[in-house]
Ligand binder design. Structure first.
Ligand SMILES: C=C(O[C@@H]1C=C(C(=O)O)C=C[C@H]1O)C(=O)O
Length: 460
């Protein structure tokens, strides 16, 4: 605690020294002040108010944003190009002051719903959102920093008080030891939409459509409502998800009351300068406790024609989308296996060299939605789901990630996720239907996928 208070004093002194150097009156875009932290914190503590959180345990990186320096919303077919236009304006004018020479910069969160038309029922998350946080925390490569951001012009005295109050709220919590999980608690299942009978009908209808050759693949999903016996603790939930799924991206986004939480294995893409990587993940099998049995399942699963077909459709669609904006594209011959605690998937990583001028918004537009979460052909699958799927997906199977000032970035597909409010969690999962799919097996697959979140919720 004493150490945290010393850090707080040092950061405030740094803030006062540098504030006068910032072009607050004449600036016309974001101004970010970056303050190096002496020790990486064990996590990004939750604070009241809007917050987003992205953590990847295996990579050892964590980025969180608190408060809103600026936010822009969009909806409809032009949603990403509208937000791109805003981001271009920010990018041109963004000023960084990095007195500690951390090398870090500010960033924005981009997130959007499964489809451009989705009317998100509660006002918690709009259809598509670009969010510039007032305070950000970055931990990467053993280094860490805070980034304070404002949109200019901004009056210096007010800003000093605002930024100091952010430091007062966050910094004392950064020295807190990692949270232990709570004693696991029982969760009550309050019902599924669709229920098991309606699921069967939905899958059989999809199979009929596939047999008539109107669709090759379609991904149907369901929502399971769970109720806990205590209010879910989001910091503990993040920690449990990172522990259980260290190779997944743990995401937690809250603008108002409800939090959207995910532990997703699937990147829509990562763009670093002119390099892009994308994951095609489709085809799912269970895990077994016994190692030999687990290896047998993997072998059978990898050689199963139905799974390979389901996977190939996604690889081809991702390849086609990237082909249009890459000068060079590599994809391995056949899929490998991605093993998670609760499931294993067929997985192909594609890597490309981008043509000049391609940014994260264009990549999102071209890649989303892949047939891993929607279907093939894209339009026909979308239209069929629009009529037949009996629930609102919201941001589930949409994407979210972080955008850098140069408009590169990384987006994750919002899977293995839940919308959480107090003691209630709505979990979402889906399964790809192709010729040969069985409704009961696909139900089982969604149960397995939901187990990722329900397991972690028991400890939160
Ligand atoms: C739709 C989901 O997952 C997607 C569908 C998969 C499948 O059908 O095998 C596998 C991974 C994801 O691309 C989900 O987790 O809800």
């Amino acid at each position: 605690m004493l150490q945290s208070l010393q850090v707080l004093d040092q950061l405030k002194a740094r803030l006062r020294e540098t504030l006068a150097l910032l072009p607050l009156a004449e600036g016309r875009g974001p101004v970010s002040l970056i303050l190096g932290l002496p020790h990486p914190p064990s996590g990004a503590p939750d604070l009241d108010g809007p917050r987003f959180y992205f953590a990847h345990s295996h990579r050892g990186d964590l980025r969180a944003g608190y408060g809103i320096a600026g936010e822009w919303q969009a909806q409809g077919p032009e949603r990403l190009s509208k937000l791109r236009h805003v981001a271009l304006g920010l990018s041109d004018a963004w000023v960084h002051c990095d007195p500690d020479e951390t090398g870090f910069s500010g960033f924005a969160m981009l997130g959007f719903a499964a489809t451009p038309e989705t009317q998100t029922r509660n006002a918690d998350l709009p259809n598509a959102l670009l969010w510039l946080p007032e305070l950000a925390l970055i931990v990467r490569g053993g280094q860490s920093a805070l980034v304070l951001t404002t949109l200019c012009p901004a009056p210096g005295d007010d800003l000093r008080a605002r930024w100091e109050s952010w430091l007062d709220r966050l910094v004392p919590l950064l020295g807190r030891p990692a949270l232990d999980p709570l004693t696991p608690a029982h969760l009550d299942a309050l019902g599924s939409t669709p229920d098991r009978d309606d699921w069967r009908t939905l899958v059989l209808n999809a199979l009929d459509e596939i047999q008539r050759k109107r669709l090759e693949k379609v991904v149907v999903c369901r929502r399971q409502r769970l109720q806990g016996h205590r209010r879910f603790d989001l910091d503990r939930l993040n920690a449990a998800l990172s522990y259980l799924f260290p190779s997944c991206q743990v995401i937690n986004i809250r603008r108002h009351a409800a939090s959207l939480v995910a532990a997703t294995p699937e990147r829509l893409f990562t763009q670093r300068r002119d390099q892009v990587e994308a994951d095609a993940i489709a085809g799912t099998a269970r895990r077994a406790e016994d190692t030999e049995r687990d290896a047998e399942i993997a072998l059978a699963f990898q050689s199963c024609e139905k799974n390979r077909r389901e996977h190939r459709v996604v690889v081809e669609a991702v390849r086609e989308a990237l082909d249009q904006c890459c000068r060079h594209l590599d994809a391995p011959e056949g899929p490998s296996i991605l093993r998670l605690n609760n499931a294993q998937h067929l997985w192909t990583r594609l890597h490309g060299e981008l043509k000049p001028g391609v940014d994260a918004f264009e990549l999102a537009e071209r890649l989303h939605p892949t047939p891993a979460t929607n279907g093939q052909p894209r339009r026909a699958a979308h239209d069929w789901l629009d009529v037949n799927e009996p629930l609102e997906r919201g941001w589930y199977t949409g994407a979210a990630g972080l955008i850098e000032p140069d408009l590169t970035g990384e987006l994750w597909v919002l899977l293995r996720c839940a919308l959480i409010l107090d003691r209630r969690a709505d979990l979402y999962a889906g399964a790809g239907i192709v010729a040969g799919s069985d409704p009961d097996d696909e139900w089982q697959e969604t149960e397995q996928k939901m187990a990722a979140m329900s397991m972690a919720l028991q400890f939160a």
